[in-house]
Write a new protein. Structure first.
Length: 263
């Protein structure tokens, strides 16, 4: 792990992204549209009452937090890994004096910085206009940071591991599409997890997808009691450990069988 080289790669990638920041600002705005639609749907449905214990202001707070968490945890680089393997471009990364993982991490860090230059001001304006009802405490704020970090790591390595199946199959991207569908249904995007019907709610609690997005949002908005909080952290950490082990296994096996001309 060449940390110095990795940091240099992150800096150069960030500078290159800034040259096309208008395109990435547009992309970030497009990613904001679905949560904004569900924000309007649920806040309108709640009106002056509550749904599942959530008021209109709490729905607004939930989805504004979800916009930030989704963009901070979304790993778009996972969609390019399969193409690099199929087209032989992985050759160049394997010849560098640092792990190929740094290339994806550099894009991740650079992308998050550029996206946040647009997303944070927009969310700030929406906070002033829509008046969300937050119940912020020091405990929630402190717990949110590790929950967000673990959510990003889980989402990144889970998706990267699926993308590495391109070492064996040319259709590995289909699994990433299935993953995004499950994240949409079970991670608190279409509706907060507490509003999902029985079986879906149980599946969301056990499967890893909630812990990629919904769990940090629930932590920040104060939806969890202390028992639910620690249980959530335990499940999030357990899924991350299993994901890292699976990622390591797939990477080692895939590189051994990798053969490509080009790059």
């Amino acid at each position: 792990m060449n940390l110095r080289g990795g940091w240099a790669l992150i800096q150069s990638t960030w500078l290159s992204w800034l040259q096309y920041r208008s395109f990435f600002f547009l992309l970030a705005f497009m990613w904001m549209i679905p949560p904004l639609i569900y924000l309007l749907v649920w806040s309108t449905a709640a009106g002056g009452q509550t749904i599942g214990g959530l008021s209109r202001g709490e729905f607004v707070a939930y989805y504004l937090a979800l916009i930030l968490v989704n963009q901070l945890t979304y790993a778009q680089t996972n969609w390019t890994v399969g193409d690099m393997i199929r087209e032989g471009k992985m050759n160049t990364l394997l010849l560098r004096p640092l792990s190929p993982l740094f290339d994806a991490l550099a894009t991740e860090v650079a992308g998050k910085v550029v996206y946040m230059l647009f997303v944070i001001p927009v969310v700030g304006i929406l906070v002033l206009l829509l008046q969300p009802e937050y119940h912020l405490t020091w405990g929630n704020n402190l717990a949110f940071l590790p929950a967000l970090a673990l959510a990003w790591a889980l989402r990144f390595f889970w998706g990267y591991g699926l993308a590495l199946l391109a070492f064996w199959s040319t259709r590995a991207d289909g699994l990433l599409a299935v993953q995004d569908t499950l994240v949409f249904l079970l991670a608190g995007q279409v509706a907060p997890v507490i509003l999902l019907p029985g079986l879906m709610r149980q599946a969301a609690t056990v499967l890893p997808f909630r812990y990629m997005i919904g769990f940090p949002v629930e932590v920040l908005t104060g939806q969890l009691d202390i028992t639910e909080l620690w249980l959530g952290f335990a499940l999030q950490a357990a899924w991350l450990v299993m994901t890292l082990a699976l990622f390591r296994t797939i990477w080692r096996a895939g590189v051994k069988r990798y053969a490509a001309i080009g790059g």
